[in-house]
Design a protein around this ligand. Structure first.
Ligand code: NAP
Length: 539
């Protein structure tokens, strides 16, 4: 053992929904587990995303753990869509209820992880100088957890406060009475903008790409509705394991009905609110002409809300099919642009030239701002994994291996990096489904795998290169059957200059994917190379 290194069976990086459930499950089976997290407490993305308006767009009764029926019944959600403070309280409650904090090291950032081929274990180093060793390393690092600030010339010279939505100060930020600039109109921007507009003296929204947003129609949860849903929780959870989130899927194509019927269906779903809207017909994600009908409907809604034709035109997305960038869900987003204290700057028409100490230069004009909010997104799916210097067999670096895009088998493991598991990573449905459904599935699969390793006396497991290649092709083919690759989205890494353009999540129904994962396990981890305890690892 390295001098002073802390030794465990499993080390888990990240104390969000994934890390906590992995800890609870593995510790419950008797494994020695340590979780490390850079934050001061549990929560993961829900710890960091404290910006005003932060709210989940999966309904709260579904965006919760299913592994404990008592927890499920006792926790009372107050709103249809839970806000960040309530979700964080829920996660903290889970940590207390299952006594999880005693196995977590907070304020601890892992900087490197190296596989020791002689001792068959992972050696981790933290920024604080702590050494950890474990037979297995589980990356519960989150799909959207490495915030990205815009690289606009001069931004470092701006003298006012700059806050990224994904690293919002825990003590909050008072922007009332200030001239605020906000960059970014994805899900985070669309949530924070209406809130900022209410408090700022003036708000300038810098929009690069207009997005489609659907009203949430959030509301308090009626006790009888909550009780009714909970009385059928087992059935709901079983269905969610098949389809992700309990949307109302249609068995009709957009052109199987008359234009009037189509319009009525869009209206009905718009009035109900939320992501359910995009499932109005079964071909909207695969047939561009069908997609045009729903996109036209949303653009007409935007024009109905925003009377200024030039502003409405800028807010209307035309450069990607609806749903090919993650659909946004809002509360009063388009209405915000009617306010007299809000100005939209379409940076595709009038690009940001540069920042200076007191504001932004746009097309030769100076826009004075006192504070800047960046809702500029994340280095998604691979960013937080590759932020750690991970070295596998023969010292090979994961950053090098993934230089042309992530390569995994089932999205869970990558060849050459034995005993390293990734939760909801690239190559799994991940961000395309309810994250908690994906997380619970992965934790269970990984736990079963570790149990199998123990029972059968195995020391290491990793994918074969051939099986991994087949999986990568399979994931690409699934994306290519949809319209998803048509947008310059973070699904493809398009938001990060120089990031390889590879569609990262697996665009299959979670039920299909679960069966694929189960079949691999049932066949003794087909496609994986297992090395028994007595045998040295082959190079
Ligand atoms: P995002 O979807 O990547 O949006 C980032 C925004 O910043 C985009 O509008 C982007 O424009 C803009 N941007 C980035 N760099 C820029 C630059 N240099 N100049 C001008 N504009 C720039 O990030 P996000 O809004 O944080 O959302 C990420 C994901 O997190 C969501 O898609 C969702 O999965 C999740 N999320 C969910 C919720 C929810 O549950 N309601 C809330 C927040 C986040 P381009 O489009 O042109 O790149």
């Amino acid at each position: 053992m390295t001098q002073g290194a802390h030794r465990d069976d499993v080390v888990v990086i990240g104390a969000g929904f994934a890390g906590l459930y992995a800890l609870h499950t593995l510790r419950g089976l008797g494994y020695r587990v340590t979780v490390v997290d850079a934050a001061a407490d549990v929560g993961g993305v829900w710890y960091w995303n404290r910006y005003p308006g932060a709210r989940c767009d999966v309904e709260s009764l579904q965006y919760s753990y299913s592994f404990d029926e008592q927890l499920e019944q006792e926790w009372q959600w107050t709103e249809r869509y839970a806000g960040q403070p309530e979700i964080l309280r829920y996660i903290q409650h889970v940590a207390e209820r299952f006594d999880l904090r005693r196995s977590i090291r907070f304020n601890t950032r892992v900087v490197s992880a190296e596989f020791d081929e002689v001792r068959h274990l992972w050696r981790l180093r933290t920024q604080e100088g702590l050494d950890l060793e474990a037979s297995y390393c589980v990356m519960a690092t989150g799909a959207l957890s490495l915030p990205r600030l815009p690289d606009i010339p001069g931004i470092e010279s701006f003298q006012g406060p700059v806050h990224h939505t994904g690293a919002w100060p825990a003590q909050g930020v008072d922007l009332s009475g200030l001239r605020v600039g906000v960059i970014g109109t994805g899900s985070s921007g669309i949530q924070v903008i209406p809130q900022l507009a209410q408090h700022a003296a003036h708000l300038t929204v810098f929009q690069r790409t207009a997005n489609f947003s659907i009203p949430a129609w959030n509301r308090p949860l009626a006790p009888q509705d909550q009780a009714a849903f909970k009385s059928a929780y087992r059935e709901h959870r079983a269905r969610a394991r098949e389809i992700g989130t309990l949307y109302e899927f249609s068995d009709k194509g957009a052109f199987d009905v008359t234009p009037m019927e189509r319009e009525r269906e869009f209206e009905r779903r718009w009035d109900k609110g939320g992501v359910n809207f995009v499932h109005a017909f079964n071909d909207l994600s695969t047939n561009k002409a069908a997609n045009d009908t729903i996109a036209d409907f949303v653009r007409a809604r935007i024009r109905r809300i925003v009377k200024d034709p030039a502003v409405a035109q800028s807010l209307c997305p035309y450069d990607h099919p609806l749903g090919t960038k993650r659909i946004c869900v809002d509360t009063g987003y388009y209405e915000t642009f009617i306010r007299p204290n809000v100005r939209l700057v379409d940076v595709k028409k009038t690009p940001i030239d540069r920042f200076d100490s007191s504001g932004v230069w746009v097309a030769g004009q100076h826009v004075k701002i006192d504070a800047l909010v960046c809702a500029t997104g994340y280095d998604a799916l691979t960013g937080a994994v590759l932020a750690i210097d991970i070295r596998g067999r023969a010292g090979s670096r994961l950053r090098d291996k993934w230089a042309q895009g992530p390569r995994t088998l089932l999205g869970i493991m990558t060849a050459g990096f034995p005993n390293l598991f990734i939760i909801t990573g690239a190559g799994s449905p991940s961000v395309l489904v309810n994250m908690i459904v994906g997380i619970e599935h992965h934790v269970q699969w990984i736990t079963d795998c570790i149990e199998y390793m123990k029972a059968s006396g195995q020391s290491t497991i990793e994918p074969s290169v051939q099986a991994e290649d087949r999986w990568v092709e399979h994931v690409n083919a699934a994306a290519n059957r949809t319209l998803l690759p048509l947008a310059n989205s973070w699904f493809l890494g398009a938001n990060i200059p120089g990031k390889p353009r590879v569609f990262m999540p697996y665009a299959a129904k979670i039920g299909v994917y679960r069966r694929e994962c189960q079949a691999v396990a049932d066949k003794g981890y087909e496609g994986f190379v297992l090395v028994p305890k007595t045998q040295p690892l082959q190079a």
